[in-house]
Design a protein around this ligand. Structure first.
Ligand code: MTE
Ligand code: MO
Length: 427
């Protein structure tokens, strides 16, 4: 690296000397010309976006301890408010890592072991996995805690100032490239009686998740690519499990081991932090599929409409159960609904972009969207969701430490005020 860089450093040194000379002698324009020449090789070797674009992820990797009064963020949230189409750039993909920085793994040293109730336990290097026929699939990921804590302080749970990044930023969508898990399970020979797999990550915390064998054999992927390049370290470089349509927690990153077993393993995350407690003292476990969901990304919380007149209302819809079949949009708080247009491609278990033309008359408006998937499942209102969970609406006002809000897919209303400001109106 240093040998590659040194000529450039030398050049920069000379450049600095020249520039200071030039600045004193002539005008700054000659300095500019010179500066444009200098960094080009490095700047373009791995592209940067325009310096006029400044959307970033917000949050932190810390999950615990939850400091009272502190901003309580689950991971880094993706800036959905300015998202275009359905692909999330890898650099803006949301991140959940349970407090751990991504491990610094050299892909040449990385191995995946598959063992347990199999005929031939095997260890695969990444090279060996890459020699197998690859597939590329478009899929969303969503943390099941998305929309729950709304990325804001414990109380009040839903600040009116919450943006769509706060409320829905724990979902993203990428083209994932890798090998179907069935292919490797076929090579090791799963034994009769096996019914679950346990997937384990390489970080210090060894994130571990049990997944039914039926799902593992269905559409799971061992992914090493994301949007046409290697996975980012934050997304599990060099290898992650992809469990399409299911809670993000299943998609084990930095994957190093798959243990084939005959019952769920009750690993730390799935037995303590991820079952969803209810007020009646019961718990919902292994409720893995993400329900139909949608959110208007523009206009959305924190944005400001200019003059009255034409706007496109646009957003994202998705369902862990399959493809999005229909998205309806209401501008009057749910009294009347219109079918939004769905943009192609409409891919099962992937984000789908919708849009609806709207003329704002300058009056107060309440914008919301409702997704129906190809199973006929419809995104619920907050009241419908409360009923389904057997809780009253106050449950959702409890601090996040008391109320677990997993798989929260309520319709999200945004209020447009007469001054054109847009705010969160969920609670
Ligand atoms: N090894 C490992 N895998 C992991 C996690 C983790 O902390 N460690 N977090 C899980 C959770 S809870 C989610 S929501 C997804 C998030 O994937 P992303 O960070 O690529 O967006 O990764 C899952 N896989
Ligand atoms: Mo998650």
């Amino acid at each position: 690296m240093s040998s590659k860089r040194s000529p450039r450093r030398q050049f920069l040194k000379n450049g600095a000397a020249l520039a200071s000379f030039a600045a004193g002698a002539i005008s700054s324009s000659s300095g500019k010309l010179f500066a444009a020449d200098v960094p080009s090789a490095d700047l373009h070797a791995y592209g940067q976006r325009s310096r006029f674009e400044n959307d970033v992820r917000i949050g932190s990797l810390a999950l615990w301890p939850i400091v009272p009064g502190a901003r309580r963020d689950y991971g880094f949230r993706s800036p959905l408010q300015d998202s275009m189409g359905i692909i999330t750039p890898a650099s803006l993909h949301f991140i959940i890592s349970h407090g751990h920085e991504p491990p610094d793994i050299d892909s040449r040293d990385h191995q995946l072991m598959i063992h347990g109730m199999v005929d031939r336990p095997l260890i695969f290097t990444l090279d060996e996995i890459k020699r197998l026929p690859s597939v590329s699939r478009l899929h969303f990921l969503e943390c099941h805690g998305n929309s729950a804590a709304a990325g804001i302080t414990g109380e009040p749970r839903k600040l009116t100032s919450a943006t769509v990044q706060d409320t829905h930023g724990l979902t993203s969508c990428s083209v994932w490239t890798g090998v179907p898990l069935t292919l490797l399970l076929g090579q090791v020979g799963v034994q009769k009686g096996a019914s679950w797999i346990v997937a384990e990550g390489s970080e210090t915390g060894r994130h571990t998740k049990s997944i039914p064998l039926e799902k593992a054999m269905d559409d799971c992927l061992l992914a090493y690519g994301q949007n046409g390049e290697a996975l980012r370290p934050e997304q599990g470089y060099p290898l992650r499990l992809l469990v399409p349509g299911w809670q993000g927690i299943n998609n084990v990153k930095w994957l190093r081991r798959i243990y084939v077993v005959d019952q769920p393993y009750m690993a730390m995350m799935e037995s303590t932090k991820y079952p969803s407690p209810r007020l009646d003292g019961k718990s919902r476990w292994f409720e893995s599929e993400m329900g139909p969901k949608s959110v208007i990304t523009r206009p959305s919380g924190g944005q400001q409409l200019g003059s009255r007149g034409f706007y496109e209302i646009t957003g994202l819809a998705w369902s862990g159960g399959g493809a999005v079949r229909r998205v309806e949009v209401s501008v009057d708080g749910g009294r009347t609904w219109k079918d939004a247009q769905l943009q192609q491609p409409i891919v099962p278990k992937a984000h789908t972009r919708f849009g609806l033309s709207w003329t704002w008359n300058g009056e107060e408006a309440m914008l919301q969207s409702r997704c129906t998937d190809d199973q006929g499942h419809v995104q619920p209102t907050l009241a419908e969701l409360s009923k389904y969970w057997g809780v009253d609406a106050d449950y959702f006002r409890l601090p996040p430490t008391t109320a677990d809000m997993g798989n929260f897919n309520s319709i999200q209303p945004w209020k447009v005020s007469r001054d054109g400001s847009v705010s969160n109106a969920l609670l």
